[in-house]
Design a protein around this ligand. Structure first.
Ligand SMILES: *Cc1c(COP(=O)(O)O)cnc(C)c1O
Length: 416
């Protein structure tokens, strides 16, 4: 290792220069600088993403794959280049394994409808965890009620850690799919993904990770994980809304029937019989989110040019600073303190409802989310009606954590 590579990663992390890449960060709210700490709900977009979307509409726009004319080839090439960028980003082995959807919810539903209805039967079991987003609960509930599958919930500890030993006890030959979040959107908990895969594969189950809160915080390698499916959503990775990704192992996707029928997903159609297109087109019925995919490709280029390891180091610093600063706020209780977690801080405050907390600090220009965060069963598990959540991204600063801390002290001045 060179002396340079041994330096702490945050040394040359120029957060001010990165902030300048995001035009929206110079907005003001109620006369105060925007302090945006709701990245877990959706992240802001760098100029490179905005430019890629704009360039596409101005210079490179027609429907993909269908053009008899040369100009439509430009859009097709840009769309397929975005698929290759996504493949490289996840280190998938083939572009056939990358399916574009509308969002993470669309990707999870694709798995539930196609893998679930196509390859599962009554009595088969799906295991999720006690800290899933509603979009990784409800599709399996619908499947349970329609098909008679068994839905089992893997427990978590009081501090929000995934209990791998308890999970392993739930596995049996009836387990067909394990569908678990890679990072909790509420607690920031990182689940032990590789151990989950190894244990599930030992009983013959497939594994899907919901990586919606993971891919912006850490490098993900689906081949190293050996998972069967990996899902994420573009808008939380600094990309546009309207684009999601389903990675699936080619052999597994090949076994699965189509989810939606329509244009682009067919080889040949007659009234008697239709044959399916090859992967990935088999799962991309209809005009795909072309420009959104191109924007996602630009977002992937952007985070890759910074380096996810450097982003992770910066966010680790923000997290430890936030835990320290917010510990000093009277009556603040952290919800979710697992040892392995990303820069997401959920909390409650004595005597103040989370919505009141968010509303009061909004007066100071601070944007956080309050409520159940699309994870109502997790609220029940943690014994709270809701939480306030500050979720950090690559452009947040220690100064913004101070702004949050000071604003929360004003909450205490009102309620305390
Ligand atoms: C945001 C989120 C989703 C859903 O993403 P959409 O873009 O709304 O489909 C799913 N899972 C987790 C963990 C999330 O944070």
């Amino acid at each position: 290792m060179s002396a340079e590579a041994a330096l702490p990663l945050t040394n040359d992390y120029d957060v001010d220069a990165l902030r300048a890449d995001f035009p929206i960060l110079s907005e003001t709210v109620r006369g105060k600088p925007l302090c945006f700490l709701d990245n877990g709900a959706s992240a802001q977009k760098p100029q490179a993403v905005i430019d890629a979307v704009r360039y596409s509409y101005e210079h490179c726009y027609a429907n993909v794959h269908r053009g008899a004319y040369d100009f439509s080839e430009r859009t097709t090439a840009a769309y397929e280049a975005a698929r290759e960028k996504t493949r490289a980003f996840l280190n998938a082995s083939s572009e056939r394994e990358i399916i574009f959807t509308g969002n993470a919810t669309g990707a999870i539903n694709l798995v539930a409808y196609s893998f679930g209805r196509g390859l599962m039967k009554a009595g088969d079991e799906v295991i999720i965890s006690d800290m899933e987003h509603h979009s990784n609960i409800v599709p399996w509930q619908i499947l349970r009620d329609e098909l008679g599958i068994v839905l089992t919930i893997a427990p978590i500890s009081d501090d929000g850690a995934f209990l791998i030993d308890e999970f392993e006890k739930l596995l049996s030959p009836k387990t067909k799919l394990v569908a678990i979040t890679h990072v909790s959107n509420v607690l920031g908990t990182v689940t032990p993904a590789k151990r989950i895969v190894d244990a599930a594969h030992a009983v013959g189950a497939k594994v899907m990770f919901d990586g919606s809160q993971a891919v912006m915080h850490m490098a993900v390698d689906v081949q190293a994980l050996d998972c069967d499916f990996y899902v994420f959503t573009g808008h939380k990775l600094y990309g546009p809304s309207g684009i999601g990704v389903l990675y699936g192992k080619e052999a597994v996707l090949d076994m699965m029937p189509p989810f939606m029928g329509g244009g682009d997903m067919i080889a040949q159609v007659t009234y008697a019989k239709t044959t399916w297109a090859e992967l990935p087109a088999k799962f991309e019925a209809g005009t795909p989110p072309m420009v959104q995919a191109i924007g996602l490709g630009a977002a992937i280029d952007y985070v890759s040019s910074i380096g996810l390891d450097r982003i992770a180091a910066h966010e680790r610093d923000l997290l430890s600073y936030a835990m320290q600063r917010l510990s000093a706020v009277k009556g603040l209780n952290f919800i979710g303190t697992a040892p392995d977690k990303t820069a997401v801080v959920s909390f409650t405050m004595d005597g103040a409802h989370p919505h009141d907390v968010a509303t009061i600090i909004d007066q100071e220009g601070v944007a956080i989310r309050a409520g159940h965060h699309c994870a109502e069963p997790l609220m029940v598990r943690m014994g709270v009606g809701g939480t306030a959540r500050a979720s950090m991204g690559l452009y947040n600063t220690r100064a913004e954590i101070d702004t949050l801390g000071n604003a929360l002290e004003k909450v205490n001045a009102i309620f305390g």
